[in-house]
Design a protein around this ligand. Structure first.
Ligand SMILES: [Zn+2]
Ligand SMILES: [Zn+2]
Length: 240
């Protein structure tokens, strides 16, 4: 396909300087600059139901007075808050697949802007945005880190996006793990390599999908060990 080939060849430069004319990524209807159209923006996100104030999990009816879910009440997450824009389902699931596995980089911008819009008013206190890193091998294979592209499109220069974390080599691919227990067992090893940037700051940790929370937890732990004042986790999709 000619459009696909052009994007392959010209990569991110074309996306940044000369966006290809595209409709809404979800429904294909005409939209400004390839963004999600009004109708899709209203439909894609989480519905406004009562949810845990810390992690956003939809709360059971007889919740405790604090409103916290069981996991948050037991203080099991290292991050201060988990902010998720939408459930992990179509069409966002398919769009993330296109971004990551078909390398459709142009999708990062509308997805990142959607993320910023859905989380508006809840992340702006952050001082530094840190994308969840890929392994070196995966980064070579893909050519970009989707979490970094999402973070850049989300913050749009308001705070620096800093690759402060590195994954230790090895470890099985989370996407190949058979179930949640196996993913937990494959907990990734992460290290902060930009301590001077992280120490004393409020960090916005950004990723595309939150499933078990294993990776986010390892990242937040590494940032806090490096002296981060707090970590707010922001993800495009949450797999409940
Ligand atoms: Zn649409
Ligand atoms: Zn919670």
């Amino acid at each position: 396909m000619r459009g696909g080939l052009l994007r392959e060849v010209a990569g991110g430069v074309v996306d940044l300087l000369w966006p290809l004319p595209q409709g809404c990524p979800a429904c294909g209807r005409a939209s400004r600059g390839g963004r999600f159209c009004e109708a899709c923006r209203r439909q894609l996100g989480f519905p406004p139901v009562p949810s845990c104030p810390r992690c956003g999990l939809p709360a059971p009816v007889a919740a405790r007075p604090s409103g916290l879910c069981d996991v948050c009440a037991a203080q099991l997450w290292p991050f201060t808050r988990l902010l998720a824009a939408a459930p992990y389902r179509e069409p966002l699931r398919g769009l993330l697949h296109c971004l990551k596995f078909r390398r459709e980089r142009h999708l990062a911008r509308p997805l990142g802007e959607f993320l910023a819009e859905r989380l508006a008013g809840r992340w702006e206190g952050a001082e530094v945005a840190v994308p969840v890193p890929l392994s070196a091998a995966r980064l070579r294979e893909r050519g970009f880190n989707q979490a970094q592209l999402l973070a850049e499109a989300m913050v749009r220069g308001r705070v620096p996006v800093v690759e402060a974390l590195r994954r230790a080599p090895g470890g099985a691919r989370q996407s190949l793990a058979r179930d949640r227990a196996e993913r937990r067992a494959n907990r990734p090893q992460l290290a902060c390599v930009r301590q001077e940037t992280v120490a004393g700051r409020r960090i916005l940790l950004v990723d595309d999908v939150f499933t078990t929370g294993v990776t986010m937890t390892a990242c937040a732990d590494a940032l806090l060990r490096a002296g981060a004042r707090s970590v707010t986790a922001a993800v495009l999709c949450r797999d409940l």
